[in-house]
Design a protein around this ligand. Structure first.
Ligand code: SF4
Ligand code: SF4
Length: 263
């Protein structure tokens, strides 16, 4: 356990124990599934659309709202029901109806990632415990290390996928910029959140004639949403951050150079 004097935050290391357990029968069961703000990561949407057997478009329309972040890039939130308690739309009579594909925010609870001077110096992977007075899970007596808890909730794959997204949203290129171009915002939204539409964009336009992509990757992204998401992040890096995520085909590159007067 470490305390960051500047921020006053106490963080747990991956090997630290904490006390928590959640199960039906507790008086607070499902109370945490009401009146909460849950932002969805791109990978959350892939998992939820699969869990619900929906297209990404239908999922986004039915269950989400979109806000513009400070940098002008869209952020997606889970739309709560319009009842008095603002209940999560996935809350059923016996708990979470999408438990296997529940979002990262629900998996990682009661932990929250922390980034302070100390954690930045020492590396990633530090968490603090959320302060939720009504949650009785802290009184269960069951202990676990942070790492074991996160592994049981299948968090590492979510964080791996999110790191691809954060490479873009926290890039220094965007630190002092705000994207105002509507077309860029729409392309970003499609690539990050609307995976089925992005697949149409890749396979039903001249996209594959412009980029040099090996056949194995093309086969993968045709059917695999996670592979397509990884690919989408490379495309955004290429387009938005002007990094070498993808390579243009030689004839496309030659035409671009000619248009720019470069020989
Ligand atoms: S123990 Fe905490 S996480 Fe579990 S249902 Fe109760 S409030 Fe929610
Ligand atoms: S997705 Fe499931 S666990 Fe998360 S808030 Fe909704 S019902 Fe609760």
């Amino acid at each position: 356990m470490m305390n960051d004097k500047d921020s006053g935050v106490t963080v747990l290391t991956p090997d630290d124990d904490f006390c928590f357990d959640c199960h039906p029968g507790l008086n607070c069961f499902t109370r945490c599934c009401r009146n909460v703000h849950i932002f969805l990561m791109p990978y959350d949407i892939i998992q939820l659309k699969h869990g619900l057997a929906m297209s990404s478009k239908a999922f986004l329309q039915q269950y989400t709202y979109t806000l513009m972040g400070k940098n002008g890039l869209p952020v997606v939130g889970l739309k709560m029901n319009e009842d008095e308690q603002k209940t999560c739309p996935f809350l059923g009579d016996s708990g979470c109806s999408v438990y296997e594909s529940r979002p990262w925010a629900c998996r990682v609870y009661p932990l929250q990632p922390e980034s302070t001077k100390i954690t930045e110096q020492k590396g990633l992977g530090y968490y603090s415990i959320m302060d939720v007075p009504f949650c009785l899970g802290f009184e269960s007596g069951a202990t676990s290390t942070v790492k074991a808890w996160l592994d049981r909730q299948n968090v590492p794959i979510y964080e791996e996928m999110e790191s691809l997204f954060k490479n873009i949203t926290t890039a220094s290129f965007l630190s002092d910029k705000k994207i105002e171009n509507r077309q860029i915002q729409e392309m970003f939204f499609m690539a990050c959140y609307d995976v089925d539409l992005f697949r149409q964009f890749v396979f039903e336009t001249s996209f594959l004639q412009r980029f040099d992509i090996n056949t194995r990757e093309v086969d993968q992204i045709r059917h695999d949403d996670t592979a397509l998401y990884r690919f989408a992040m490379k495309w955004i890096e290429f387009g938005l951050l002007k990094q070498q995520g993808l390579t243009l085909k030689p004839h496309v590159m030659a035409a671009k150079k000619q248009a720019l007067g470069i020989h």
